[in-house]
Design a binder for this molecule. Structure first.
Ligand code: UTP
Length: 405
């Protein structure tokens, strides 16, 4: 795209204001800014004007493997899972590109020290859990780490300085997720600096396209399945042979670890069937009646809460990679440069960010095995500093599971 085409495109879309300081930039800054502008996904930006609201349709409960059923088939699942691991068929993908706004720190969340009497970093908890499996099966799992432009350098140097907590660098690949521009409530692009758009990571649904673009998976051609998980669950079981075995033996294209919801209104996405296909719907999309509906055993019908630990068939992912998933428009406080060229840090939400979510990928897979895990053993998310899903609650759960803090 030529410079003139970029200028004309901005004008046609009523976005010329981003060039307000253009003539003050030096040549290198101009080039960088233009390259950013030429990469804008206008289809997404235009959503700020109308929104992409989709109502969930024809929701039904989904059948899954309960913790009790899993216990009965443990040996069979373990054998199948360990075999796949030994054959190098499994890769692990850590999603660590989030901004952790609720946590309130600009540093990578994984570099947070959750220890009390000794340092114990979140990355360390995760890698230690992964190593339990790889040490046992005698084979390292290719480990892909997604960062964002905001935290990539710090994440890499932190992990390097800690010698990757004992995981071999030969099996680690970093890749950087894409950024999306933020806009004000009128849909106008915001600037963060004179030659810089206000950008933020484009949500965890962008992980697969970013991984593919990086080419990192090609270094490990034996990999057929990817276990994708979040950075903030310090009890996360990664490359769990039981989960892998159960999903592979089920013949489904995807597995999702779930916990039984603690109460009808718990704020977790719920795995269910939508128009006959597995899908995750947000807790606020369940009607009051559905949230409270129970089966003959008194269990909630819609009880499978997802904990962001999925196993995806790589071949299937590749075959649906071009399908667009919904863009979620989120109101946020976005620092921006005002007309006087001064940076404003708003106290209230002032614009929209655009995010895609990994949970919307489940539907594309066509089939999905809900795999119930015991919450107290596998789910200790660190979202906030205190209170629910916090450093405090995660420390208590780590201690309960015998981790020295
Ligand atoms: P969350 O949805 O909790 O988002 O991420 P967040 O950005 O970490 O935290 P808040 O909502 O701003 O407080 C769930 C997982 O998805 C990753 C996070 O790093 C976390 O592992 N994630 C989220 C990304 O990798 N990229 C994103 O753009 C967003």
């Amino acid at each position: 795209m030529t410079d003139n085409e970029i200028f004309a495109g901005l004008k046609a879309r009523g976005q010329e204001h981003v060039l307000r300081y253009f003539e003050e930039l030096n040549d290198a800054e101009k080039r960088e800014f233009l390259s950013r502008l030429s990469a804008i996904d206008w289809e997404t930006v235009s959503l700020a004007r109308g929104g992409e609201k989709k109502e969930p349709q024809a929701i039904r409960p989904i059948e899954g493997l309960t913790a009790m059923q899993i216990a009965r088939s443990r040996d069979e699942f373990r054998r199948a899972g360990e075999k796949a691991l030994r054959e190098g068929k499994i890769g692990a993908v850590l999603l660590a590109g989030g901004q952790g706004t609720r946590f309130g720190s600009d540093s990578p969340k994984g570099a947070f020290d959750i220890g009390v009497t000794r340092p114990l970093y979140i990355f360390e908890c995760l890698i230690r859990n992964l190593r339990e499996v790889t040490d046992h099966v005698g084979k390292y799992v290719p480990f892909f780490i997604m960062t964002s432009e905001k935290n990539d350098a710090e994440t890499r140097s932190f992990l390097r300085a800690h010698d990757y907590f004992g995981y071999p660098a030969s099996h680690i690949r970093f890749f950087v997720q894409d950024m999306a521009p933020a806009v004000d409530f009128q849909g106008k692009l915001l600037l963060e600096d004179r030659g810089k758009l206000a950008l933020s990571p484009n949500g965890n649904g962008g992980w697969f396209s970013s991984l593919e673009r990086s080419g990192a998976a090609e270094d490990f051609p034996a990999v057929e399945w990817l276990n994708v998980f979040s950075v903030d669950n310090v009890l996360q079981r990664i490359a769990d042979p039981y989960f892998i075995g159960a999903t592979l033996l089920s013949g489904m294209k995807c597995g999702a670890k779930v916990v039984s919801k603690a109460e009808p209104h718990e704020k977790v996405g719920v795995l269910c069937l939508e128009n006959g296909l597995p899908a995750v719907i947000e807790y606020y999309e369940l009607s009051e009646e559905m949230a409270n509906e129970r089966n003959a055993d008194g269990e909630l019908l819609y009880r499978f809460g997802v904990i962001l630990n999925y196993l995806f068939d790589l071949g299937k992912l590749r075959s649906v990679a071009k399908t667009r998933i919904p863009v979620h428009i989120v109101k946020k406080k976005i620092p921006y440069l005002d007309e006087k060229g001064e940076l404003v840090r708003p106290e209230e939400v002032n614009g929209y960010k655009f995010e895609t979510l990994i949970l919307d990928m489940i539907k594309l897979m066509g089939s999905c095995l809900p795999y119930e895990v015991v919450r107290e053993r596998e789910f200790a998310p660190v979202k906030n500093r205190t209170g629910v899903d916090s450093v405090e609650s995660a420390r208590a759960l780590l201690a309960e599971n015998g981790v020295k803090l």
